[in-house]
Ligand binder design. Structure first.
Ligand SMILES: Cc1cc2nc3c(=O)[nH]c(=O)nc-3n(C[C@H](O)[C@H](O)[C@H](O)COP(=O)(O)OP(=O)(O)OC[C@H]3O[C@@H](n4cnc5c(N)ncnc54)[C@H](O)[C@@H]3O)c2cc1C
Length: 213
């Protein structure tokens, strides 16, 4: 499979860094082709703004959605966006790995979605090309995330609510919206305070999940 690995943690020596390194080895050993977008390492610009558009549809008013449609149609989006669009087009599967921040993805990854998942590339609202008819149909995706809070806190009825429900904004409203099939997430609960022994066991668990893709 051709796999795009989108990774969002600012420290390579973190537990997330170790998970990512294990993933690279495992996926290569299984014979997958892998491209990586290491968002912090490339200092990915996280904010959608007028600088994303080399040729503007309108100069007098900045309408982000209209400029995105025009930008993809005229291939005049900023080079870093075009690079990511090419990687997404190339991939059969996308794995998103990140620590849960404020029960959501880190802002740098949210910015990747804002700037790369562009109308005209991932969906076509005018033609009703969403969900089952989304433009990325045929691709799959998986989230691999870590939390500080325990599984109990993030369970249905737990103090923070069901993490899988929070992640559905990414899995359903974003990824499935574009036609992508989403696999169950890989979650390491309570990662912040765990021992290195537990960390090693969780890395092994991740390897097993990736081996069975
Ligand atoms: C802005 C912000 C918002 C946050 N919001 C939330 C939130 O809403 N909900 C929530 O639950 N949490 C939240 N957190 C906490 C965050 O999710 C965790 O700190 C993060 O998931 C831990 O992952 P890490 O890679 O940074 O771990 P690290 O701190 O790098 O490591 C954690 C532990 O893993 C072990 N470890 C590290 N490296 C290895 C290795 N190579 N092999 C084996 N074991 C290892 C060590 O024992 C270490 O103590 C937030 C944090 C921030 C900064």
């Amino acid at each position: 499979m051709k796999i795009l690995y989108v990774y969002a943690h600012p420290e390579s020596k973190s537990f997330n860094g170790a998970l990512k390194d294990a993933a690279m080895v495992t996926l290569a050993r299984k014979g997958h082709q892998v491209k990586v977008t290491n968002l912090y390492a490339i200092q990915f610009k996280a904010v959608l703004d007028a600088h994303d558009f080399r040729i503007r549809a309108r100069q007098d008013l900045f309408n982000p959605a209209h400029e995105q449609i025009h930008g993809i149609a005229t291939k005049s989006l900023a080079p870093d966006i075009m690079e990511e669009i090419e990687k997404v087009s190339w991939a059969d599967m996308i794995i998103f790995q990140f620590p849960v921040w404020w029960s959501n993805m880190p802002a740098i990854l949210k910015g990747w979605f804002d700037r790369v998942f562009i109308q005209g590339f991932v969906v076509d609202l005018q033609e009703g090309r969403v969900y089952d008819r989304g433009l990325l149909k045929g691709k799959s995706a998986m989230l691999a995330v870590t939390t500080g809070a325990s599984e109990e806190m993030y369970s249905p009825g737990g103090i923070h609510g069901d993490l899988r429900q929070h992640l559905s904004v990414i899995m359903h409203n974003t990824l499935e919206f574009t036609g992508i099939s989403v696999l169950p997430p890989f979650i390491v609960f309570g990662a912040a305070d765990m021992s290195r022994e537990k960390g090693s066991r969780e890395i092994d668990r991740y390897r097993n999940v990736l081996e069975s893709l």
